[in-house]
Write a protein that binds this ligand. Structure first.
Ligand code: FE2
Length: 326
């Protein structure tokens, strides 16, 4: 089965094509809001403007025509309403125009499944960390995911982006903040974990205040050290509780090499195998939507057209309830 996956939950428009579990192409076009941040309307405009180009490139790279596509999978949420709607509408249009099957995919489920695929592991403990999400997940016997712990306010990626904007970095993004943090010295910042949950907003406020007294490099370093240490602590607690022997980290922030090395050290000390997928598939990408769409289709069939709507707050632990209705 050949699946086209469409990803548009935030600032990235991406399309990927998979033949069963073999990825044939993955084209990614990301909107950068610079220091003004990511304005939903502008993300949606970006996706509209580049949609045809990304689709053409995805088909050409896979060396197939649109007639050969069997299934159109789209990211259904969670996501930001305006850009998310572009991908959902376009998926419905393509499915109707070319008479294709269609399926809505949970964005977090796609991150998890593509990482399990690359790490060649079934049912690990999952740490899913990105701009809007920070969750610890396990797969239950019925194949659906349960949230063991999560951020109680903002996602860890948003913490970094917000701080980068507050100190007026030109490219206000976690990757640029990470480069700035290199070689910094530690300044005291608040550390808040609640069981297996995380709280970041107090840390953000404290870091913004600290940036008025200390160098931006030192505060960036301290912000990343503190939030990563918090993340490692809650993950280690979940590993002990679940007795899992394999940890997989996924999502945009999983690309951070310093966090990877902290998690690797923790796993090594505890006798746990550590896994992380390639960067291209930890970014938001269409190939993961194609792959997860194919997996979901095999188990639950396609999504009825009237249910192909954006669900901005589509938590991974609502999949069972929604697929039951769909
Ligand atoms: Fe994502």
């Amino acid at each position: 089965m050949i699946t086209l996956g469409i990803e548009s939950t935030a600032h990235t428009l991406s399309m990927g094509i998979a033949k069963d579990d073999k990825i044939l192409s993955n084209i990614i076009d990301t909107y950068s809001g610079g220091n003004e941040g990511l304005i939903p309307r502008k993300m949606a405009d970006h996706h509209t403007n580049v949609f045809a180009d990304v689709l053409t490139k995805a088909l050409n790279a896979a060396k197939i025509s649109i007639d050969q596509i069997d299934l159109i999978a789209f990211s259904q949420g969670p996501g930001i309403g305006a850009p998310l709607s572009i991908g959902v509408s376009a998926a419905k249009y393509l499915a109707l125009k070319y008479d294709k099957k269609i399926i809505g995919v949970n964005h977090g489920y796609a991150h998890v499944k593509i990482s399990e695929f690359f790490c060649k592991v079934k049912k690990p403990l999952i740490l899913y960390i990105s701009g809007g999400n920070s969750q610890i997940l396990i797969e239950n016997r019925d194949g659906f995911y349960q949230v063991l712990g999560e951020t109680l306010d903002i996602g860890i990626g948003n913490l970094f982006d917000s701080f980068a904007r507050a100190i007026k970095m030109e490219h206000a993004h976690g990757s640029a903040l990470s480069a700035l943090a290199e070689g910094g010295k530690y300044v005291e910042l608040p550390y808040t974990v609640k069981g297996m949950n995380l709280v970041f907003s107090g840390l953000l406020t404290a870091a913004e205040k600290a940036a008025q007294k200390h160098s931006h490099k030192d505060v960036a370093y301290s912000l990343m050290e503190t939030s990563f240490a918090m993340t490692c602590e809650v993950t280690e607690r979940a590993l002990f509780l679940t007795k899992k022997k394999h940890l997989v980290v996924c999502g945009g922030v999983a690309q951070n090499r310093h966090l990877q090395s902290m998690l690797k050290t923790m796993c090594h000390e505890d006798g746990i195998r550590f896994g992380v997928g390639p960067d291209e598939y930890n970014r938001d990408n269409g190939a993961m939507i194609a792959y997860a769409g194919w997996l979901q289709y095999k188990k639950y069939g396609q999504t009825k057209l009237e249910n192909c709507v954006p669900i901005t707050n589509y938590r991974i632990d609502r999949m069972k309830e929604l697929l039951g209705k769909f």
